[in-house]
Design a protein around this ligand. Structure first.
Ligand code: OAD
Length: 221
C-alpha cells in the first residue's frame, strides 16, 4: 500500500518544538511579516537570521518522539513518503528515508541570489557568503514565496492509497491543498490534538501525536 503522510508542527510538539498557532505558539510571539517574508528579510536580515539561528540551536537540543519513530517503522511494512511542512530534521533522525521538506530545512542555507543550497548546521550571520560570493539566507520557504517541491508532493498524493495528515492546522496553502489531490478511492486520516475543519470526508483520530500515531501505525502494519 502506498501511504503518504503529511506532517506539521504538531508532530514535533512533544519533542519540545513550539507549534506556530497554538496558544503561546511562534506566531503569537513573533511577527510573521518581519520574520517569514521576503520583505522582512530585506528590511531587517539580522532579526530574521537571529530567529532562525535560535530555532537551529534548539534543534540540536531536541530528539525525535514516538510519533516520528512510528512513521519510520511504517516504512518497513508499506511504501511510505513523508511530506513535511516542518523545517526540523526529526523525521530523518527517527529513520524515515523518503521525506519531502515542503517548507525548507533549518540545517541548510541558501545563496540569496542563485538559490544554491548548502548544508549548514550552525548559525548564519550577515557576511556569511556562499562560494559564489553572495549572502547566505535560511533555506526556508517564506510566505509569498513559491514552493519548489509542491509538484513533487502533488505527484505523491495523486498516487496515494492512504493519506495520513498529522499535527497541522491546515491553514497554510498550498500545503493544505494537498488533500484535494487524493484519488477518489484514497482513504484520508487526520491525527491531531484538535481536528481541523476540512471540506472533504476524513477519518479523525483526536489526541496527541505520541499517543495516536503509534496506535494508528500498529493498526495498519
Ligand atoms: P500550526 O501551528 O498551524 O498547527 C499545529 C497543529 O498541531 C494544530 O492543528 C494543533 O492542534 C496540532 N497539535 C499541537 N500539538 C499537538 C500534539 N502534541 N499532537 C498532535 N497534534 C498537535 O502548524 P502547521 O500546520 O505545521 O511555515 O503550520 C503550517 C506552516 O505555518 C508551517 O510550516 C510554517 C508556518 O508558518 C513556514 O514557516 C514556512
Amino acid at each position: 500500500m502506498k501511504i503518504v503522510v503529511l506532517t506539521g508542527a504538531g508532530i514535533s510538539a512533544e519533542s519540545g518544538i513550539s507549534t506556530f498557532r497554538d496558544s503561546n505558539g511562534l506566531w503569537e510571539n513573533h511577527n510573521i511579516e518581519e520574520i517569514a517574508t521576503p520583505w522582512g528579510w530585506e528590511m531587517n536580515p539580522d532579526l530574521v537570521l537571529e530567529f532562525y539561528n535560535q530555532r537551529r540551536r534548539q534543534l540540536h537540543e531536541v530528539t525525535p518522539n514516538l510519533a516520528h519513530y512510528a512513521l519510520a517503522e511504517l516504512e518497513k511494512h508499506h511504501d511510505v513518503v513523508v511530506i513535511t511542512q516542518n523545517v526540523d530534521d526529526l523525521h530523518e533522525r527517527a529513520g524515515s528515508t523518503n521525506i519531502i521538506h515542503l517548507h525548507g530545512e533549518l540545517l541548510k542555507a541558501r545563496d540569496e541570489v542563485t538559490d544554491d543550497v548548502y548544508d549548514n548546521p550552525g548559525d548564519i550571520n550577515l557576511g556569511d557568503f556562499s562560494p559564489n560570493g553572495h549572502q547566505l539566507r535560511p533555506h526556508i520557504v517564506w510566505f509569498y514565496e513559491p514552493v519548489p517541491l509542491l509538484d513533487k508532493a502533488v505527484d505523491e498524493v495523486r498516487n496515494a492509497d492512504h493519506l495520513v495528515v498529522i499535527g497541522t492546522s491546515l491553514v497554510v496553502y498550498p500545503a493544505a491543498s494537498l488533500l484535494f489531490f487524493t484519488p477518489p478511492d484514497c482513504k484520508i486520516t487526520i491525527i491531531d490534538k484538535s481536528i481541523p475543519e476540512t471540506a472533504i470526508k476524513v477519518d479523525s483520530l483526536e489526541g496527541s501525536a505520541c499517543e495516536k500515531v503509534p496506535q494508528f501505525v500498529n493498526s495498519i502494519i
